[in-house]
Design a protein around this ligand. Structure first.
Ligand SMILES: [Zn+2]
Length: 368
């Protein structure tokens, strides 16, 4: 009996260790979704309207992220994006630089050094604060021309969004400096296939692809953006980046959830959150086949101080209410799926999310 008990105890220890091991298994790839301005109410409103059929709210691991910036209780997308992209809090309006303007190394740059492939997909302009935090280093978020030029450095091998005019301009945003060539020419010289519509982007067989989908911001869904755009662009980016045996890091932004919050439009909120969810579904399908991909869905901050004052689950109706038109200071939700997901439970600083990515992807160890 004693021997049997001892054997059972040993077996239990082994079982515990193996199951803990699988929970701690490290991912090779990361797909990070940022719903710009997406708070808990935005997500629950979309869940209600969808009849609870969404992908990311069903992820097994959830947590919260604290979003304050270095100089403000309520962050903007520049400091919020910088925290997720570099692990450091900076001042509002600053893009992946410290408050003293010195450069912070981004997740995509670390991934490149480790030999991984990298990409950015968004529904706003590529020069907007969130994609910029993953691709550029500028002290002033509205310096769109300088941000566009950073893309020619090649940190994101595949990128798609709006903002074509900043890639074609030779003048800087202040109109004072004239470049010898525009960013489109620089990109072509760096080996990018520069495309101007989703079909050509998806059809491209190049290993470096730029997608410049509109002159400025891409249209919001209610203005006619293709409801399949984000999902198809995400699928293409995954297809290209996943050819790298060393893995990849892809950032996808549901950019216009923020606009919806600023304009206090509940229907626009739910449409834009569901739009991002269609792209998450594509990522999850890949992750299920691949088994080595971590998906994290979060936000840079909440917009609009949104609450829900009523609704009807059967009729899939929701009554949103907003407290103002700016960014609030509330915590934002985090949803995680795949190897390493357990790391994202509890309440963490937005900067800690970066360090989780950094450690889980072994970016500290793997040098090319
Ligand atoms: Zn905003």
């Amino acid at each position: 009996m004693k021997i049997f008990l001892r054997f059972t105890a040993v077996l239990l220890v082994i079982l515990t260790l193996t199951s803990a091991g699988s929970v701690r298994k490290k991912p090779l790839n990361l797909i990070l979704f940022i719903g710009d301005g997406m708070g808990v109410s935005h997500v629950y409103a979309a869940m209600t309207v969808s009849g609870n059929s969404m992908t990311f709210p069903a992820f097994p691991v959830t947590g919260f992220s604290r979003t304050h910036s270095a100089n403000s209780y309520s962050t903007d997308s520049a400091a919020g994006g910088t925290a997720l992209a570099t692990g450091e809090k900076t001042n509002n309006k600053m893009i992946s630089v410290r408050p003293d303007s010195t450069v912070l190394v981004t997740l995509l740059e670390h991934a490149c050094t480790a030999g991984k492939s990298t990409g950015i997909v968004c529904t706003s302009s590529l020069t907007d604060a969130t994609p910029a935090a993953f691709s550029a280093h500028v002290p002033q978020r509205y310096d769109y021309s300088a941000i566009a030029a950073w893309y020619a450095g090649g940190t994101a091998e595949v990128f798609i969004g709006g903002g074509r005019k900043y890639f074609e301009a030779q003048l800087d945003s202040a109109g004072s400096f004239k470049r010898s060539e525009d960013v489109v020419s620089m990109l072509s010289r760096a080996g990018y296939d520069v495309t101007y519509d989703l079909e050509s982007f998806v059809a491209s067989e190049a290993t470096r692809i730029a997608g410049l989908m509109s002159q400025d911001d891409m249209p919001r869904l209610f203005e006619g953006r293709d409801p399949q755009y984000l999902a198809k662009a995400t699928a293409k980016a995954i297809e290209v980046l996943s050819r790298n045996r060393k893995g990849f890091v892809l950032m996808v932004e549901g950019s216009e959830v923020d606009d919806a919050g600023h304009s206090n439009e509940t229907k626009m909120v739910t449409d834009e959150v569901l739009d991002m969810d269609r792209a998450v579904a594509v990522a999850r399908e890949f992750a299920d086949k691949d088994g080595k991909t971590l998906i994290v869905v979060t936000a840079d901050h909440e917009t609009g101080g949104m609450s829900i004052t009523g609704g009807d689950l059967e009729k899939r109706e929701v009554k949103g209410a907003f407290s103002f038109t700016g960014h609030s200071g509330v915590m934002v939700p985090v949803f995680a799926y795949g190897p390493g997901a357990m790391t994202f439970t509890g309440i963490q600083e937005n900067t800690e999310l970066f360090y989780n990515f950094y450690r889980l992807l072994s970016l500290d160890k793997k040098k090319r």
